[in-house]
Design a protein around this ligand. Structure first.
Ligand code: RIB
Ligand code: CA
Length: 313
């Protein structure tokens, strides 16, 4: 079976970086057509730098990195240096990239690849705010029916919010973009905090990755040591949640995940609940299902996959 063609839209971010590494370590299953960057965890200049740093760390300077939106569709940018540090990749000292940003802007690149590849062959993998995806759908509505699907990290239901009491960060930053994506008709799969908070990189799991002893796993170990502080302090959890790698792991091993095809709407009106993903998990409305909302991940299988793949780089 030929590898699935994907475009990773991202705001690195240590967990984004691990997701990118997982994808690049899986060439038999995934062909990364491009990486597109968006402002989110840190401003665009840094997310673009960080995406190129990760590609060079993985030895994949052939991957084009296209710059996208500097801010959400309508709102002021909210960033998350409190989680990811000033650079967005705190925890490992890596040199500035030599790889240049691709000349084509992110939205044009997304539309170009989807129109060029056979219908139903490209999957978008957003790991940050959905601004670039929404802009692409607005500028080129024809791509909606050509896409195989969108598999994104964002939202929460039972877990509720991590940036406000009601909302998860990616959706909170650009709720209007999330609404456009969920109303697009594209098959959408959501990896929310409900699932990603089960993928905790405990000390044992991190030690297993660090024991591989390569420059890649040394960087991952440094990133995780820094990145997990926020969740340990906030939730008292046993390790940092690997949010974004769940998107790539879902493509590689969907059997590790379980969810429901339900209706998910986005709060865009209220300031109090801005960005809340109103997931009709119990099907109490007659609103049409529009997303596969993932509720669980088998964490040991997830980390076995991640560890085995990182060892390949
Ligand atoms: O809420 C978690 C999400 O926000 C992850 O994608 C993390 O990288 C940040 O972007
Ligand atoms: Ca992210």
């Amino acid at each position: 079976m030929p590898p699935r063609k994907i475009i990773i839209d991202t705001d690195p971010g240590q967990d984004d970086a691990v997701a990118i590494l997982l994808a690049l370590a899986s060439p038999e299953e995934l062909e990364v057509l491009a990486i597109t960057t968006v402002a989110g965890n840190v401003p665009l200049a840094l997310t673009s730098r960080n995406a190129r740093v990760v590609c060079e760390l993985a030895g994949r300077t052939d991957i084009p990195v296209h710059e996208g939106a500097t801010q959400p569709l309508k709102r002021a940018l909210v960033t998350a240096e409190h989680v990811h540090g000033k650079t967005g990749l705190d925890g490992a000292e890596l040199p500035d990239p030599e790889l240049a940003v691709a000349a084509q802007p992110a939205v044009e690149a997304i539309v170009h690849h989807i129109r060029r590849e056979p219908p139903g062959s490209v999957t978008l993998c957003p790991l940050g705010p959905l601004t670039n995806i929404a802009l692409a759908l607005q500028h080129a509505p024809d791509i909606a029916e050509r896409l195989a699907g969108i598999v994104l990290m964002g939202g929460a239901y039972f877990e509720v919010g991590n940036i406000t009491p009601a909302a998860e960060f990616n959706i909170y930053v650009d709720p209007e973009a999330a609404e456009i994506v969920l109303k697009s008709g594209v098959p959408v799969t959501i990896l929310p905090l409900d699932a990603t908070h089960q993928a905790l990189i405990t000390k044992e799991r991190l030690d297993a990755i660090a024991a591989i002893g390569t420059p890649v796993t040394e960087a991952v170990a440094g990133w995780m040591d820094f990145y997990e502080r926020f969740d340990l302090e906030k939730y008292g959890s046993a390790g940092g949640p690997l949010h974004d790698p769940c998107v790539i792991a879902y493509l590689l091993r969907p059997d590790l995940f379980e969810g429901r095809h339900i209706n998910v709407e986005i709060e865009t009106g209220s300031d109090l609940t801005r960005g809340m993903t109103v997931a009709d998990w119990w099907r109490v409305t007659d609103r049409a299902p529009n997303a596969t909302f993932i509720g669980t991940v088998e964490a040991n299988g997830f980390f076995a996959l991640l560890t085995e793949r990182l060892a390949r780089l």
